[in-house]
Design a binder for this molecule. Structure first.
Ligand code: ZN
Length: 242
């Protein structure tokens, strides 16, 4: 079955910061789209902040099974009405994958109901992403540990609700650890948060990272019809029919 994926990117650093342009000349969203497109099961398109409705028009959203979200500097510019539409579709069954600094996005905060704060330090230190649940579908075919030579440190405590499934934990050379691959069930939808992906390092060019994101798209994809749970769970059932 085809999975319709929309890769959403803030797409600001890649237009202004030379260090980021060097790593992602066409934007992080295009790099993610390019590796996902190798899987014939995926139908992939992109959306960015500065497009009308941030690229998330009703037509796009209504035909998205899995939404991938990368944002950093402009979280506040994302319109609240779009955030609510995205969250309502997740509650109805759409999958969401939140990457790296998307932890502070309005969408992730709203869907988790938490502040999602963390510790951070960007000195380009070594990061080991440990596969702590090798029997999980998101970890299928993934090594015991992915070593990233340079990554921004994200550290605990991470201000999220306890995840329903913890698939990856990261260690940083400075000594901190971080719950870096977390699954949350929200009504009919699934949300996966994945830490790697600071914009100045070639994280999304790493085959192991690509494998995890690809696996996650299949895992969070809806397995039933996506419905509007604002009305779908409000059904009067007459007693005589019980
Ligand atoms: Zn970062």
């Amino acid at each position: 079955m085809t999975i319709n994926i929309t890769v959403w990117n803030e797409f600001r650093h890649e237009q202004t910061n030379e260090a980021v342009i060097a790593v992602y000349p066409a934007g992080i969203h295009q790099t993610i789209k390019a590796f996902l497109k190798k899987d014939e099961q995926f139908n992939v398109r992109t959306a960015t902040l500065d497009q009308p409705d941030h690229g998330l028009t009703p037509d796009v959203l209504d035909s998205t099974d899995v939404l991938i979200w990368w944002g950093h500097a402009a979280h506040a510019e994302v319109r609240d009405d779009i955030v609510e539409k995205v969250c309502q579709r997740i509650r109805g069954g759409m999958g969401l994958i939140v990457l790296h600094s998307g932890h502070f996005s309005k969408v992730f905060k709203r869907i988790t109901g938490a502040n999602c704060g963390l510790k951070w330090r960007d000195v380009g230190e070594k990061c080991r992403v440990w596969n702590v649940k090798p029997n999980h579908p998101i970890a299928a075919g993934v090594d015991e540990c992915i070593e990233l030579e340079h990554e921004e440190m994200y550290g605990e405590p991470f201000g999220i609700p306890d995840p329903d499934e913890l698939v990856f934990m990261s260690w940083f050379k400075g000594g901190e650890v971080f719950r870096s691959g977390c699954v949350f069930n929200v009504e009919r939808g699934k949300v996966f948060y994945f830490q790697p992906g600071h914009e100045t390092y070639p994280i999304y060019h790493h085959e192991g990272i690509q494998k995890i994101i690809s696996n996650a798209c299949k895992y969070v994809a809806p397995t039933a019809e996506i419905i509007d749970t604002n009305v779908g769970n409000w059904i009067k059932v007459p007693l005589e029919e019980v």
